[in-house]
Design a protein around this ligand. Structure first.
Ligand code: HEC
Length: 211
């Protein structure tokens, strides 16, 4: 009797404990029927059901979302806030230069470039299928605001896609400014220059000082 390990010390439940002893006996050691508590079962089966629902929802449901979706939604909201502050941008060289000298706007543009342009031009503008945007040679650009036209209409029969219908005007102007700002930077793996070498961008005079 004293060999029953789980028996309470005070002997109060000794009788019922004996009832919980199972028939199995191995070299004198007997098995005590000690079921896991109800809350444990609840947690266990709860996790199993939750896991299955989670898997099916996030793997197959058309209304589920990914971390990337949430990131993109947050990014879009952030752009909207930033663009709201900008108002309607003018598609001209002065506006582009104002943006090029605005570190906050260039930081926003960097993210947009990585999402939309880097697959062809590389993250640092060095060029992959798309041309190198960091050198002084251009195929379709002779002056700063030509870049806006290239973005709007595309180039080389769509090898460079047209973005007019895919992005707002503000986004296109901002990305044009970012593309221009890459000129003169040093990419990791630059593609050979293509096109014609063009003069440097005009010197920047902030609009506030022009009057
Ligand atoms: C599908 C690939 C692709 C994507 C995406 C792409 N480009 Fe291009 N881009 C090209 C190609 C190819 C050219 C060269 C066109 C040509 O040969 O005239 C080019 C040309 C350009 C030029 C003109 C360079 C020059 O020498 O005339 C600029 C500026 C430019 N891209 C900026 C961008 C920006 C900004 C984005 C993102 C909004 C972007 N590109 C997305 C492929 C792409």
């Amino acid at each position: 009797m004293s060999s029953i390990a789980n028996q309470p010390n005070d002997g109060s439940e000794a009788v019922s404990s004996m009832e919980n002893l199972l028939d199995h006996e191995y070299d004198g050691i007997r098995e005590y029927d000690n079921p896991v508590p109800g809350w444990w079962h609840l947690l266990f089966w709860g996790s199993v059901v939750f896991g299955a629902l989670y898997y099916f929802f996030f793997t197959f449901s058309p209304v589920s979302w990914t971390v990337q979706d949430r990131w993109e939604r947050a990014q879009a909201a952030a752009y909207q806030r930033v663009f709201g502050e900008l108002g309607e941008l003018k598609p001209d060289a002065q506006t582009m230069q104002e943006l090029m000298h605005n570190p906050q706007m260039m930081a926003v543009a960097k993210g947009m470039f990585a999402t939309n342009c880097a697959q062809c031009h590389a993250k640092d503008g060095g060029g992959i299928n798309g041309v190198n945007l960091t050198d002084n040679s251009y195929k379709n650009v002779r002056k700063l605001d030509d870049i806006i036209t290239v973005l709007n209409k595309g180039a080389n029969n769509g090898a460079m896609p047209a973005w007019e219908t895919r992005m707002s005007q503000n986004e296109r102007i901002l990305l044009a400014a970012y593309a221009a700002s890459l000129r003169g930077s040093v990419p990791a793996a630059p593609k050979a220059p293509e096109g014609t070498e063009i003069p440097p961008w005009p010197e920047f005079v902030p609009a506030a000082k022009k009057e």
